[in-house]
Ligand binder design. Structure first.
Ligand code: AMP
Ligand code: ZN
Length: 488
């Protein structure tokens, strides 16, 4: 009835009908954050785009195994094979253990994802948790003849690889041009070819994050972790691999090469790449200094903002652009999004109680088909929203007595708005948001109380419990920890 889902595949540069390898199972891998700083809104846009892919596939009845990694080692400054580890560098700066940095920013990342109602993945593996798998993959690539050892480091031999496979297929770049634009290797270089990249890097004495390997103490190259973790949890050939577009030329190009060199087949049938969130036309990024942190947006404390906006308004704002288009961040766009979001939420609130009649002047089926057609066209959320707003006009007109709707058409609308707006687009009413906020604050309060008890500061832990009681919140202590109940 609604056609089939089509996905734009970056590798073949075409819109392809979605055929999972083992329907109804779907395997999807998305490159996750490097946890050395707070996530900014650009990062949020990418993970939100894949949240829509995840939610829509579930909605269509697929059983999705969604793997999104946490990069907690191996990602060096400037995304290159030299320089300091981003996490190690921050740890030195703050005089903390690298794992304290990892813990802090992983927690921040998860909190931000929850604030935006982005569903957690099925598996969230870490690079440091898969060192053995990365060493094994390196051994395999060496055994297959596509990597070599040089002074305790292992490099991928791009020249050898590209005599068998197309190295630049994903990026669409010309190999000759790429070679010409890459810096010549210095006389001291351990690499044979200038496009070669590290699979394993020998740790210098000052490098903190290091592991033993057959080649001495070192750490994995950044690209290797994704090949190791995706093949471990999704197999040697799975359905979807995704990430931001900025990852195509190096990280994903090298991932494809590693995978082919190891398993002699391409990793996936669909490569999905999301476009960038920009500020005045420039990519939002930490290094450019134009990034917004989520809490600066909610509170309106950022210098470029006139006031704050709720997470759901920002989510709605992002859904108004297709994931493959750039999206520019501005005060005006956020204000408009707030109006749109309120109008849509209001329609969702009244649709359940619309008065029905024997007559019908609303073609609910046409609205539904429009919405599904849009989502099936490569997850086109702006078109789906436009169709939903067509419906909002009808819902409001029925409410005002200007149009009539029968039982059947009303039932179609109720189901459509509940499923599409809440389950697939993942929007929430402000009430749900407030509940989530209260729950977040309560978890914090209960944790503080547990810490007080551990310090044997029972006066403080009792005071927290008593003060909450005055507010109508009852704390219950059980074997599994403390829970709370709101009695208002
Ligand atoms: P990182 O933590 O730097 O590895 O980035 C995590 C993800 O965010 C990657 O998939 C990036 O492509 C993506 N990303 C970074 N900046 C932006 C941006 N301005 N807009 C959209 N996605 C971004
Ligand atoms: Zn990756």
């Amino acid at each position: 009835m609604n056609g089939k889902l089509k996905i734009y595949d970056t590798l073949s540069k075409s819109l392809k009908e979605f055929e999972p390898i083992h329907a109804p199972l779907v395997g999807m891998y998305v490159c996750g954050p490097t946890v050395y700083s707070n996530v900014h809104l650009g990062n949020v846009r990418t993970f939100l785009s894949f949240d829509i892919v995840f939610r829509y596939l579930i909605h269509l009845g697929y059983k999705v195994r969604y793997v999104r990694n946490i990069t907690d080692a191996g990602h060096l400054e400037n995304d290159a094979d030299e320089g300091e580890d981003k996490i190690g560098k921050k740890a030195k700066l703050e005089q903390l253990e690298p794992m304290e940095i990892v813990q802090r920013y992983t927690t921040d990342f998860r909190n931000v994802m929850q604030q935006f109602n982005i569903l957690p993945p099925s598996i969230e593996p870490t690079a440091t948790g898969h060192i053995i798998e990365q060493i094994e993959l390196t051994k395999k690539i060496m055994a297959n003849g596509y990597a070599y050892e040089s002074n305790g480091s292992i490099y991928f031999d791009v020249e050898k690889f590209s005599s068998q496979y197309p190295y630049t297929e994903l990026s669409g770049r010309n190999l000759e041009e790429l070679l010409n634009n890459t810096r010549e290797l210095g006389g001291q270089s351990e690499k044979k070819g200038r496009l070669d990249f590290a699979l394993w890097i020998k740790a210098k004495p000052e490098h903190i994050m290091r592991w033993p390997s057959p080649w001495g103490e070192g750490f994995p190259g950044w690209h290797l972790e994704c090949s190791a973790m995706s093949s471990k949890y999704l197999g040697e050939h799975f359905d979807i691999h995704g990430g931001g577009m900025d990852l195509i030329p190096t990280h994903h190009t090298n991932e494809v090469a590693q995978h082919l060199a190891c398993f002699h087949q391409k990793p996936v049938n669909y490569w999905i790449h999301t476009n960038m969130l920009t500020v005045n036309g420039q990519k939002m990024s930490k290094s450019l200094g134009n990034s917004f942190l989520p809490h600066e947006l909610f509170s309106g404390s950022h210098a470029l903002l006139e006031r704050g906006y709720s997470p759901m308004v920002v989510r709605f704002f992002m859904l108004q652009a297709h994931y493959r288009s750039t999206l520019d961040f501005s005060n005006e766009a956020l204000q408009a999004a707030e109006k749109g979001f309120t109008r849509l939420m209001n329609a969702c609130k009244i649709v359940d109680a619309l008065p029905v009649s024997n007559q019908n002047q609303v073609d609910a089926q046409a609205i539904l088909e429009q919405v599904y057609q849009s989502m099936n066209e490569d997850f086109n959320t702006p078109l789906a929203l436009a169709a939903l707003f067509e419906g909002v006009r009808s819902i409001n007109a029925v409410q005002d007595g200007k149009l009539k709707i029968d039982e059947n058409n009303k039932a179609i609308l109720v189901k459509l708005y509940n499923e599409m707006v809440f389950d697939v687009l993942g929007l929430q009413t402000e009430n749900t948001q407030n509940e989530n906020l209260i729950d977040g604050v309560m978890q914090m309060v209960l944790e503080q109380r547990t810490l007080a008890k551990q310090r044997k500061d029972f006066a403080a832990s009792d005071a927290i419990r008593d003060q909450l009681k005055v507010l109508g919140i009852e704390v219950k202590d059980g074997k599994e920890g403390s829970t709370y109940q709101i009695n208002l």
